[in-house]
Ligand binder design. Structure first.
Ligand SMILES: [Mn+2]
Length: 313
């Protein structure tokens, strides 16, 4: 990856760390995927597509890149999934403590284990809004807890985990799933109020982990494990916009873009989704002022894992 370039080719004056309100951390990691390989190529394809995207957002009448978007060094070269998770955790936290709005682009979903751990250490009463076709609630898979199939297991124990778009899981995941906080795709398809019901369950501080396979594969085929019956574009944007308006979204990651030569529309969708989410976040924030993410590192003595009770057995 050529790290001398800026995100979306924005002018350098908007791409320096000190002046940027937003940080983008690419994590081209694909160490544990089981079927479609290639999520390690996701960040490059996403960045290429972003360079070919208009930087004016019609809907919000804004150019969010003027908030400053710092493209961090990609995180690569890990010898184990555990080392990757720890590096993502530490690097994410380092930018949160610089009071930036921190975003990440994967890579497979295992990167989110480290991301969520960092946000949960820095923000009280965190909701993890998990948008995905898959439940990702396994405690361990293929001999490690840092597998993509385990992406939100830890979050289910330590945060207010809300799962949206789910349509594939193993029966063993049921014991970790809180069905009250799970929005299955087959229910969403016949319930026009699903997004209201999701928003009602969010706490004030929300981290969004967005697995692109939540989208219907007719929209986004370039992902490792496509599942029929997914989200469509405008219902997704409408939902996200309302979440950003109603809550303090503290950061997000987007994962599981698995690009191929034939289909470029998936790369472009990912680029637009990322920019849309930033546009919703910053639409009422003056670009001349330094953003304050208002993080409050939890007291070291506070044990994570007791904040949100789940029915463990
Ligand atoms: Mn998934």
């Amino acid at each position: 990856m050529n790290t001398s370039k800026t995100y979306a080719g924005i002018p350098r004056e908007y791409a320096q760390l000190e002046k940027s309100n937003i940080v983008l951390i690419p994590v081209p990691y694909d160490g544990t995927s089981t079927w479609g390989k290639g999520a390690d190529k996701g960040p490059d394809a996403f960045l290429d597509a972003s360079e070919n995207m208009e930087l004016y957002d019609i809907e919000t009448d804004s150019q969010v890149y003027k908030q400053g978007i710092f493209l961090a060094e990609p995180l690569t070269g890990f010898e184990s999934p555990e080392a990757m998770v720890e590096a993502v955790h530490q690097v994410t936290k380092s930018y949160i403590t610089k009071r930036k709005f921190v975003t990440l682009f994967g890579g497979e979903h295992s990167i989110s284990i480290g991301t969520i751990r960092a946000f949960n250490e820095c923000f009280d009463n965190l909701t993890v809004l998990h948008i995905d076709a898959h439940a990702d609630l396994r405690a361990e898979y293929d001999g490690t807890a840092c597998n993509h199939a385990c992406a939100v297991y830890e979050a289910s124990k330590t945060t207010n985990l809300i799962q949206v778009g789910i349509r594939s899981m193993d029966i063993t995941e049921k014991k970790y799933m809180d069905e009250e906080k799970t929005f299955f795709a087959h229910d969403m398809s016949v319930d026009e109020y699903w997004s209201d019901n999701v928003i009602d369950m969010l706490t004030d501080n929300v981290f969004i982990t967005f697995d692109l396979d939540a989208f219907d594969p007719s929209l986004l085929p370039s992902t490792g494990t496509p599942e029929p019956g997914g989200l469509m574009w405008y219902e997704t944007l409408d939902f996200l916009k309302r979440v950003f308006e109603a809550k303090n979204v503290v950061g997000f990651d987007i994962v599981e873009l698995c690009p191929n030569e034939v289909d470029k529309s998936s790369d472009f969708l990912a680029a637009k989704l990322y920019y849309k989410m930033l546009s919703y976040k910053f639409k009422d924030i003056n670009e001349d002022e330094a953003y304050d993410n208002a993080f409050t590192e939890k007291e070291k003595s506070q044990k994570t894992g007791v904040k949100f009770e789940t029915n463990e057995d």
